[in-house]
Design a protein. Structure first.
Length: 217
């Protein structure tokens, strides 16, 4: 994913397109089941411009793509099984420390919908961003009980000419549809990886919740 950050609905289209490209198998790939996933190192930089997949034969197909430096850039999942009692991974603690004080390690695709706990899915985030991602997790689980098909794509962006591992911004697309709905419906949420005021954080979460409600979840 390039460092340049498109804005508005253009970003939503590009993010959704990127997720579809990843799911179609764009780029190189490494198929990882639960055993192989443990072999993905909890390192600051992974393979460059690489696509990792987990559980390709299972109900929760997951794809994780890195950027030109090997940092997590795009994650996508077709939600199948859910985890009602997710446990933090050891890598989340390690990655959180890379962000410095006020940061924690968080999964782009949440643990509750079986997002992987390896580095290709884990980035340092502020506590505000972590709470926003948890709100997304709750709404995704809610949609998963109402629809046949639920796809979640999350993109991480880094500042131009910054070789660090802390994303500056995120965007996500949540798509839901029944099998008899050809195109389905989706919601879009961009947000910065920063500490928001309580009012600012609530505004983002409420905006996402309102969009999800409008989809019928």
């Amino acid at each position: 994913m390039r460092n340049r950050q498109p804005k508005g609905r253009v970003l939503a289209v590009l993010t959704a397109t990127a997720s579809l490209a990843v799911m179609a198998g764009a780029g190189s790939s490494a198929y990882a089941d639960s055993e192989a996933a443990a072999q993905i190192p909890c390192a600051k930089y992974l393979q460059k411009k690489h696509t990792y997949r987990t559980d390709p034969a299972g109900p929760s197909l997951q794809t994780y793509r890195t950027d030109k430096l090997g940092r997590p850039a795009n994650a996508g999942i077709r939600v199948g099984d859910v985890d009602r009692d997710p446990k933090p991974s050891a890598c989340e603690t390690t990655v959180g420390e890379w962000g410095g004080p006020g940061h924690v390690g968080a999964r782009l695709i949440p643990a509750g919908v079986r997002g992987a706990g390896h580095r290709a899915n884990v980035v340092p985030v502020t506590k505000s961003a972590d709470r926003i991602l948890k709100a997304v997790e709750r709404k995704t689980l809610q949609c998963n009980t109402s629809y046949k098909i639920v796809n979640l794509g999350v993109a991480a962006y880094y500042k131009k000419n910054d070789n660090g591992v802390v994303p500056s911004r995120f965007s996500l697309v949540l798509e839901v549809k029944n099998r008899d709905i050809e195109f389905g419906r989706n919601v879009f949420l961009p947000f910065d990886n920063k500490e928001y005021t309580k009012a600012g954080e609530r505004k983002l979460v409420d905006s996402f919740a309102d969009q999800v409600k409008a989809m019928g979840c």
